[in-house]
Design a protein around this ligand. Structure first.
Ligand code: NAD
Ligand code: TYD
Length: 356
């Protein structure tokens, strides 16, 4: 039986990947620290599954990671674990250095030491796949060509700087020690089970609660939206057939201005869960911009399509409708993530954003 060590597997993208891996018959060793965004409810359908082995722990805990590698001898490690929210990185950059940079470096070192004890054949079969982001490439202006795998790194936020640093370490472990690594750089994900600090679930849940819908700056900033299932399908393909030492971009080819996304959410909710008075879009508020707010991301994923045959299955508007239906059908999940800690974050991030 194939066995993978998946880190951050209780988060939004990691849990989607874990659920798919179990459906494909892969044994999953799921190492997750369960920070504010790690949520065991994402994995509720795996309760009682003896081939999903969950361990609460930090990727930076070398002793624990070495123990897991010795016991389970995984065929691959897929590293999702990270602090993932730009606004939080602006308030507390150190946490991003700890998990994303130091944590990844420790995970790499422990993996490399263990990997060197394997037979030559096992070493050649093993893969370390690191999940990164398009944000490491910096910001585009309207009309600029989309990011390719050779676009120079130019991160602008503490989050993207920490992800860029971790990518460099991953690459360096390939060049220096020959560790068979792969890196994927994906665009903004959306879909079920995303923690409601990110734009799409935040706006949707604020609308349902009759709260203001905060749009940073003018709302003209552009993101390239990728459905989480399409993302995970791409990761599976890269793991199976990607060339080691390479980066692969994964994008949704769905560039939308933030204000368009917010209006699309409002229009869907006007049909499915109308506001008590007026339209949901009446609650849109333009608020103070994010410092250093990257204007546009766009991902050229032609290498992935050309070399590995990947193609997105979701059209953004269909995926968005399906996502909103998932949140409407799972009020307990929503209620349970909106804890005191969540409310404190909303207060910290939005209270000081006066109207732009
Ligand atoms: P998330 O915040 O929902 O999940 C992160 C998970 O990692 C959580 O379960 C958390 O408990 C765990 N974690 C954090 N620090 C850890 C540590 N030190 N040790 C062990 N576990 C730890 O994030 P996500 O949206 O699922 O993102 C997953 C990965 O994808 C991240 O590496 C992120 O940078 C990358 N990414 C995300 C997006 C996106 O749009 N969400 C886009 C591009 C790249
Ligand atoms: P986000 O979901 O935080 O992802 P990222 O910063 O990684 O792209 O934000 C997506 C876009 O939406 C980004 O341009 C910032 C903007 N945004 C808002 O306008 N209002 C909000 O309340 C949030 C959280 C984001």
């Amino acid at each position: 039986m194939q066995c993978q060590l998946i880190t951050g597997g209780a988060g939004f993208i990691g849990s989607c990947y874990v659920l798919r891996a179990r459906r494909a018959g892969v044994r999953v060793i799921n190492l997750d620290k369960l920070t504010y965004s790690g949520n065991m409810e994402n994995l509720a359908s795996l309760s009682g599954d003896k081939d999903h082995i969950f361990i609460q722990g930090d990727i930076g805990n070398a002793e624990l990671v070495r123990h897991l590698l010795d016991v389970w001898k995984p065929d691959a490690i897929v590293n999702f674990a990270a602090e993932s929210h730009v606004d939080r990185s602006i308030i507390d950059p150190d946490a991003f250095v700890r998990s994303n940079v130091l944590g990844t470096c420790s995970l790499l070192r422990t993996t490399k030491d263990w990997w060197l004890t394997l037979s030559k054949q096992e070493q050649a079969r093993f893969r370390f796949l690191h999940i990164s982001t398009d944000e490491v490439f910096g910001a585009l202006r309207p009309g600029d060509p989309a990011f390719t795998e050779t676009t120079p790194y130019s991160p602008n936020s503490p989050y993207s700087a920490s992800k860029a640093a971790s990518d460099h370490f991953v690459r360096a472990f390939h060049e220096t020690y020959g560790l068979p690594i792969l890196i994927t750089n994906c665009s903004n994900n959306y879909g079920p089970r995303q923690f409601p600090e990110k734009l799409i679930p935040l706006v949707m849940l604020n609308a349902l609660a009759g709260k203001p819908l905060p749009v940073y700056g003018t709302g003209e900033n552009i993101r390239d939206w990728l459905h989480v299932e399409d993302h995970c399908a791409a990761i599976e393909l890269v793991l199976k057939t990607g060339r080691t030492g390479e980066n692969y971009n994964i994008g949704g080819q769905s560039e939308r201005a933030n204000i368009e996304v917010v209006r699309a959410i409002c229009a869907i909710l006007d049909e499915l869960a109308p506001a008590e008075t007026g339209k949901h879009a009446d609650a849109i508020r333009f608020v103070a911009d994010r410092p250093g707010h990257d204007f546009r991301y766009a991902v050229d994923c032609s290498k992935l399509t050309r070399e590995l045959g990947w193609k997105a299955a979701y059209r953004f508007e269909d995926g968005l409708l399906e996502t909103i239906k998932w949140y409407l059908a799972n009020p307990d999940w929503v209620k349970n993530v909106q804890t005191g800690a969540y409310r404190r974050w909303i207060q910290a991030n939005y209270a000081s954003r006066s109207r732009a």
